[in-house]
Design a protein around this ligand. Structure first.
Ligand code: DC
Length: 232
């Protein structure tokens, strides 16, 4: 008997479109592993902050990669990132680390450094993986590619609610400006720009809450992959 076939679902889209919320819930519903690839870029952003390395200087960031002890481990149905043996949490979600992560993600050596880690974690299990270049670069053979989007205003509203809940003092205008800057960086970088794969299915969730987004995604999963057992 051959090994059971694993399935890969890629979710790409801009910042604040709700990719991670959808990916986590979809993975849970399908019994797949959720892999958050942004956390790897954020970990490198954090390492740059800690080392006092300006993120827009590729030489400094590349020098940092040499000694970087970065690991992605699968635990509790999802992925956890460890830097120097310590599990990372909310320290990779601050506004500063978020800006750094977008900057370092433009550096080709950073993307190359993270590519195999991402593919390796997707090899053994059925996964839902979210990011910016999952359908185009990391998992080009994924059985289903979703491109999730929402209006900039909706995305800024969600992001500011998230940050306020964590105690960061932000205004919606500031968050919208940061988000547009990040969209600009992520979409226009030379390597692996955040663009939909030609075979991606688009889902705009501007008017939808998390549950409605999940149901819309499950309808696409059923249509494209047939009836998979779900727990919702
Ligand atoms: O998804 P996120 O907001 O946690 O991602 C943080 C940054 O990392 C984002 O600005 C873009 C970058 N990123 C990327 O370039 N490619 C990915 N696959 C995931 C994230």
């Amino acid at each position: 008997m051959g090994a059971a076939k694993t399935l890969q679902i890629a979710i790409d889209g801009p910042s604040g479109s709700g990719k991670s919320t959808l990916a986590r819930r979809l993975a849970k519903a399908l019994g797949f592993v959720y892999i958050d690839t942004g956390s790897l870029y954020r970990a490198i952003g954090l390492a740059a902050v800690r080392a006092g390395v300006p993120p827009e200087k590729p030489e400094g960031v590349c020098a940092l990669l040499d000694g970087l002890n970065l690991e992605m481990r699968l635990e509790d149905g999802g992925s956890a990132v460890y830097l120097d043996g310590r599990k990372l949490g909310d320290e990779i979600r601050t506004t500063l680390v978020t800006q750094y992560s977008s900057q370092v993600s433009k550096i080709p050596q950073v993307r190359a450094f993270l590519l195999e880690t991402q593919r390796e974690t997707a090899r053994k299990y059925s996964v839902v993986m979210d990011g910016r270049d999952i359908g185009t670069v990391v998992l080009p053979d994924a059985q289903l590619k979703l491109f999730l989007s929402a209006s900039p205003e909706t995305r800024a509203e969600r992001r500011s609610a998230e940050l306020l809940a964590k105690g960061e003092r932000v205004t919606k205008e500031q968050v919208l400006a940061d988000l547009c800057q990040r969209d600009e960086n992520d979409q226009n970088r030379e390597i692996a720009p955040a663009k939909p794969a030609p075979d991606a299915v688009f889902l705009d969730n501007s008017g939808l809450d998390a549950e409605e987004t999940l149901q819309a995604a499950l309808a696409i999963v059923r249509e494209r992959l047939g009836d998979l057992p779900t727990s919702v």
